[in-house]
Design a protein around this ligand. Structure first.
Ligand SMILES: [Zn+2]
Length: 376
């Protein structure tokens, strides 16, 4: 009954015309969610069906709030800060931020609910350890009960031909995530008498990536003005020092107001430049992507909360539109129905929740609350 994890794939290429009269830089970054295929439905958001949503942190919080008999009294989120250059405090702040963002838009946020959540750095977080409600793992590749077999080591292949250099990278699974599971107990299935924890919600990030902080990702962006960079980095430092709900929501608003999209792979750029500066005509090597983790974290924790891929819903997913956006649905060149913009589609690099994301998580929250109310 545990929904299996999802992932984000990254494919990329870059070429440089070396001897043209005017140097021309072409850089194409193509991102796609895993398993992307043409859809026939007009989807703007997708989320898991009601029983699978019992694994969402929202279900645990609502079950406690509604007075169900449960075998947990808090939601303990274990954060393993393995292969990243984030400090432990930065990792906690970024994880808390995405939890606060999804929870608030679900309609299940209040101060009491937030106090039930606790976030702690640990040297290992085991997804099979039921004392955790959720785990967020920047994996260093050493297993602690983590399934890291689905990650691949990325390769870059480059060639130099007719004065032109081009490189392309293999697709990369960046992370996966999914809700956990709590089991209802009953004499008749219409009314539940007890809910018991079964599996924590899980997010694991690829050990083949050097993950970097939101602050560093903003600082190295070429698309963000210096004044916005200064404001974001100042507020980021302030948030890391004081991770209160007020600070979390103020920072989330800043990201949304500034419409910040980031997630550049500096590792690919470095590998490209090394080949470009060399003399080899052809080369294929492994390389370490260096990617800002925040947009991936937002996406994968979306899966923890019960969100599916808007561009590639599963057959039993609940799908729908953001209110008022029906008219803007359109197909792209591959025949896929395109959401205007969504963190949960195409592995786009949003640092904030779009209208489609918000509509989806609002529907998740309502579905969970309706079900728990009906079964009480
Ligand atoms: Zn995904």
């Amino acid at each position: 009954m545990v929904k299996s994890g999802c992932c984000v794939e990254l494919g990329f290429k870059k070429s440089f015309l070396q001897c043209a009269p005017r140097l021309l830089l072409f850089s194409g970054l193509a991102l796609s969610a895993c398993g992307t295929s043409p859809q026939t439905s007009e989807t703007k958001y997708a989320h898991y069906e009601s029983m699978q949503l019992l694994g969402s942190p929202i279900a645990r919080l609502e079950a406690m709030k509604m007075g169900y008999e449960v075998d947990f009294s808090s939601l303990d989120v274990c954060v393993e800060n393995g292969r990243s250059d984030l400090t432990d405090q930065e990792a906690l702040a970024e994880v808390k931020l995405v939890y606060a963002m999804w929870l608030k838009e679900s309609g299940s946020y209040d101060e009491n609910a937030w106090r039930k959540l606790s976030f702690a750095n640990k040297s290992k977080c085991n997804p099979e350890d039921n004392s955790n409600s959720a785990v967020v793992i920047f994996s260093d590749g050493t297993s602690g009960g983590q399934d890291i077999s689905k990650f691949n080591e990325p390769k870059i292949s480059c060639e130099r031909r007719n004065g032109s250099v081009s490189c392309k990278g293999t697709s990369l699974i960046m992370g996966f995530g999914g809700p956990g599971w709590i089991t209802p107990y009953y004499y008749s299935p219409e009314k539940w008498i007890r809910l018991a924890k079964k599996a924590p919600s899980t997010t694991v990030f690829s050990p083949y990536v050097q993950w970097t902080s939101l602050k560093k990702d903003v600082m190295r962006s070429e698309d963000i003005s210096d004044s916005v960079k200064n404001k974001v980095t100042r507020e980021y430092d302030s948030l890391v020092a004081d991770q209160s709900p007020a600070k979390l929501f103020a920072f989330a608003k800043l990201l949304e107001d500034q419409k910040i999209l980031i997630g550049k792979d500096a590792g690919f750029q470095t590998a490209f430049q090394r080949f470009f500066d060399g003399t080899a005509d052809e080369e294929e090597t492994s390389f370490t992507p260096n990617v800002g983790v925040f947009h991936v974290l937002l996406h994968e924790v979306g899966h923890q909360f019960g969100m599916g891929h808007a561009d590639n819903p599963q057959p039993d997913d609940v799908t729908g539109y953001a209110a008022g956006n029906e008219a803007s649905a359109s197909r792209n060149a591959n025949g896929q129905w395109v959401t205007d913009k969504a963190s949960m589609a195409y592995a786009l690099t949003y640092t904030y929740l779009t209208a489609d994301d918000k509509a989806g998580i609002k529907s998740v929250g309502k579905t969970i609350r309706d079900q728990l109310t009906n079964k009480k």
